[in-house]
Design a binder for this molecule. Sequence first.
Ligand code: FUL
Length: 629
Amino acid sequence: MKNRFSWMSALACAAWLASCTATKVAPPEAVLPIPEPKQVTWQKMETYAFIHFGLNTFNDREWGYGDSDPKTFNPTRLDCEQWAQTLVAAGMKGVILTAKHHDGFCLWPFEGTDYNISQSPYKDGKGNVVRELADACQKYGLKLALYLSPWDRHQANYGTPDYLPYFYAQLRDLMTNYGEMFEVWFDGANGGDGWYGGAKEARTIDRKNYYNYPRIYEMLDSLQPQAIIFSDGGPGCRWVGNERGFAGATNWSFLRKGEVYAGYPRYYELQYGHADGNQWVPAECDVSIRPGWFYHPEEDGRVKTPEQLLDLYYRSVGHNATLLLNFPVDREGLIHPTDSAYAVQFRQLVLQELQTNLVAGQRAKVSNERGGDYVAAAMTDDDYDTFWATEDGVTTADIEFSFPHPQRINRLMLQEYIPLGQRVKAFTVEYQQGGKWLPVRLNEETTTIGYKRLLRFESVEAEGVRICITDARGPLCINNVGVYDAGPNADRIFTETKNKLESLPFTLPDVPEAAATAATDRDEGTTCFVDGDELLIDLGDERFISSFHFLPDQQEPNRGLIANYELSVGATADAVTTVVKTGEFSNIQNNPILQSVYFTPVSARFLRLKATRMIQEGEAMGFAEIAVK
Ligand code: FUL
């Protein structure tokens, strides 16, 4: 009897389990390429610091030649704890130190050369900056990483096979004796002039093969398996293609495998990634808080302000990349007070602007839902690992929030659940006012999302906000949405953009010169009128462009207002056939302000704006100012 009972209950249990499996909803399948788990952990760091410090600091150089005397390295108050405390207060999650820059000087007592810190007066030759920083990081909870320049302008054998065992030994030493590294940084500058043991000559190397990177990766995988390997083309993360601290608004975390190397001629593509890439190599935005990477006293008054850093934050972390912010440690061996104050204020600005998520805990109305664990509530539960997803085959959807009372909003945050891939290719953002849905006024294109997308838009009083995802590489997986009111400075960026309408140089080949001048004189009072419905713009050369801007006629009454448009690009004037965007200039009649069209970056020489509908049919098109960026 006892046996029979337990047999029966086992059967019931099995049936119950089966029913569970039947109703359990599976997540969408991954869309390749996907990140390794360590790349996701790394991306969540979002902001971390760079320290450039060494002989250059004391010799007023950016690239030491390899001949500066180690005795000149003489910081009198060096305090890695001051660095660590400053960086923590600035919200940095880790720090990358230049253990060796191109001049070959080692900030640790590496036995393979005399060109190291033991030959300096610092602590009577007993100092070790790598060790001191590693200890400070431990104490203050910062992650550590190291920059080891492959290029070495001191070593006599640089450029020959003999240099390689030396370089590998340095790497092994650093990777073995200083604890866990979150990243290893290999710079792209390689080969050129140098001291080279007194040879004083230019040396070139085969940038793709000289260092035998596959061998280096093997070493790193065994010594520091959690570390992300940085170089221009990855494999762990990539250079963003500039040293100004921003990624493209369109930014894919992919590269075509094996294509990008140090010295890659089309490096500007790295801002955007390769939309058709097959390897997950996310972008890292490196930028110095001062003009130079190393300390120069004459730059004390040229430290980036908290507002400038905030702008870079939106265009790096908010563009699906990380921000690697450099601090040039000064000659005393400290982070300079100005740099420290501005960095901490920058952190406070970020926190202030994105302090209160106005949709936290709300359940969005969504046009499609996968069900199971993948429901709308997962987007606002403040949990990275829960996400809303659409059903298989559904790659467009609307996410709608409403506010109990009209609410001032001007910032938006979106996150895709990247462990399953980066999917979204296009979306729009709208707000509700008087029951109507209207587009928000953005300052960039809304294409990719990725790990994180932050958007700034002109403040609106909204009864609700709606995100319409209009194109994606697979079912949608969104894990976080935030809507914010950034406070009193929220709209400054838009005013600034309007006042400084910078543009790439261009001509209007089909427009008489006098009229064309009116569109470029930066005088709002003059207008360029163009007959017909097409405006051709010639950039003179093939350029990478991602936006078109124009200020409509500003006179009373405004004439030549364009209601709807089609924007195309091409390589020659007779083949401007690739349509990059179509749309309307919303509310242009009542409010003829600067109109901006953002599109996925393309390389083109010619751009054509076609007015597909005018507010007053038959009028010539009116342009007070035109800009292409
Ligand atoms: C560059 C180097 O040449 C600079 O000196 C600096 O280290 C910067 C971060 O990378 O390519």
